[in-house]
Design a protein around this ligand. Structure first.
Ligand code: NDP
Ligand code: MG
Length: 381
């Protein structure tokens, strides 16, 4: 029996992780956490009987506690609750599927406690990769990527000598606005941005896919996960999302992982690595597809990707500012307070105004986050 905890169990990745649990009798859920969704967490508690359930929101946790008083599940709230899950004695694997930088402290605590990490929460590595990767190495803890591209890269490196990697080819669908001009983008709505061609995901990451910030975050995530310098990470737009990423080796050979766009495969792979468990679902039909196509990303129009390379080059606390400014700007966009293109303006402004702190501690990362938020509060129109 493999005992897992899920941070973000009510979200897109969280609910798909629970589907994997339903399909594999030897997985047991010992902890669940979400933000404020009382009803869905109650249902999950009744189905999976975790030892602990956490809601970030204290009031919602109070309501949940009353609702599940007839069960054996203990209810907790806030960061304390997330940290309690992170270090739980009986948990072996922590699936980090919360959205945003809130994942940093629980991930660090879980690594300190020797837990295996199935990592979906890319914002954690983007901001704190310089703390998390050396800590995981020191504690001999494995971090298995859940993000589809990183899972593909990981699978394409299986059994290979990582020193022989010459390049990572990180694929991108291009999002719903691929091929549009800046002029077109000035008029897009929240609904347009949420209409992703291939993947059904949470709202924040769906907007990130439209701006290409998601790909920027993934370049930084890949740098930390695989220890590859950003110059060796090339983004390739591949609109069909069948090739989930590729690795080129020094002899020119390229290994790739292909499959239908379905997050359940990378989630399950992270939970059972190195095993490949059977999974139901549609298979790639090459005759129906007939062609796979590739393009160079339009970084002039979709500035989110170039800004990520700038953030890595500056290093230190700059990726945090890139990420935090984006988190806040996307929230404003989803709330219809700013336009799509203003997301870029706010990220760029926050980065320009930031003085880099080299090798930031967790507190310094959180300060950089707060500074980015202040910048945005002061500059939003
Ligand atoms: P969703 O928005 O669908 O879900 C987010 C989850 O986090 C929900 O369970 C939410 O709870 C919970 N949550 C939000 N705030 C807090 C908080 N303060 N404390 C505890 N829990 C909280 O996001 P996704 O599942 O799409 O994405 C999760 C992460 O995975 C992101 O980092 C994303 O970039 C990454 N990812 C997602 C992919 C996808 O296909 N969805 C693909 C690759 C990576 P509640 O419902 O109560 O708000
Ligand atoms: Mg991805």
């Amino acid at each position: 029996m493999k005992k897992i905890g899920i941070l973000g169990s009510t979200g897109s990745i969280g609910t798909q992780t629970l589907e994997i649990v339903r399909g594999n009798q030897d997985l047991q859920v010992v902890a669940l956490a979400a933000g404020s969704n009382v009803s869905m967490l109650e249902e999950q508690i009744r189905e999976f009987s975790p030892k602990i359930a956490v809601l970030w929101d204290e009031k919602a946790a109070g309501e949940l506690q009353v609702r599940v008083a007839d069960t054996d599940t203990k209810v907790r709230w806030g960061m304390e609750g997330l940290l309690e899950i992170a270090v739980m004695e009986e948990m072996e694997v922590l699936v980090t599927a919360v959205v945003g930088m809130i994942g940093i402290r629980p991930t660090i605590a879980a690594i300190e406690a020797g837990k295996t990490i199935a990592l979906a929460n890319k914002e954690t590595l983007v901001t704190a990769g310089h703390i998390i990767m050396p800590l995981a190495a020191k504690k001999n803890v494995s971090i298995f990527p859940v993000d589809s591209e990183h899972s593909a890269i990981f699978q394409s490196m299986h059994g290979e000598n990582r020193e022989r990697v010459s390049k990572i080819l990180l694929t991108a669908s291009g999002g719903p606005f691929r091929g549009r001009t800046r002029e077109d983008l000035s008029k897009v709505t929240v609904e347009d941005a949420l209409n992703h061609p291939n993947w059904a995901m949470g709202k924040k990451i769906t907007v990130d896919s439209a701006t290409l910030v998601n790909k920027g975050l993934e370049v930084i995530e890949a740098k930390w996960l695989f220890g590859v310098e950003p110059e060796k990470i090339q983004v390739v737009v591949h609109p069909q999302s069948i090739i989930h990423s590729m690795v080129e080796y020094v002899d020119g050979g390229i290994m790739a992982q292909l499959g239908m766009p379905d997050m359940k495969l990378p989630i399950q792979y992270a939970l059972f690595y190195p095993d490949r468990r059977p999974m139901e679902g549609k298979r790639v039909d090459f005759f129906a597809l007939s062609s796979l196509t590739f393009e160079r990303p339009d970084t002039e129009t979709f500035k989110g990707l170039q800004m990520a390379y700038d953030a890595i080059r500056e290093g230190g606390s700059m990726p945090t500012v890139y990420n935090a400014a984006n988190e806040r700007a996307v929230a404003l966009f989803l709330n219809r307070e700013i336009s799509f293109l203003e997301i870029y303006d706010l990220i760029q402004g926050a980065m320009e105004g930031h003085k880099v702190v080299p090798n930031p501690s967790v507190d310094e990362i959180l300060n950089a986050e707060a500074e980015a938020y202040e910048y945005i509060n002061a500059h939003r129109k």
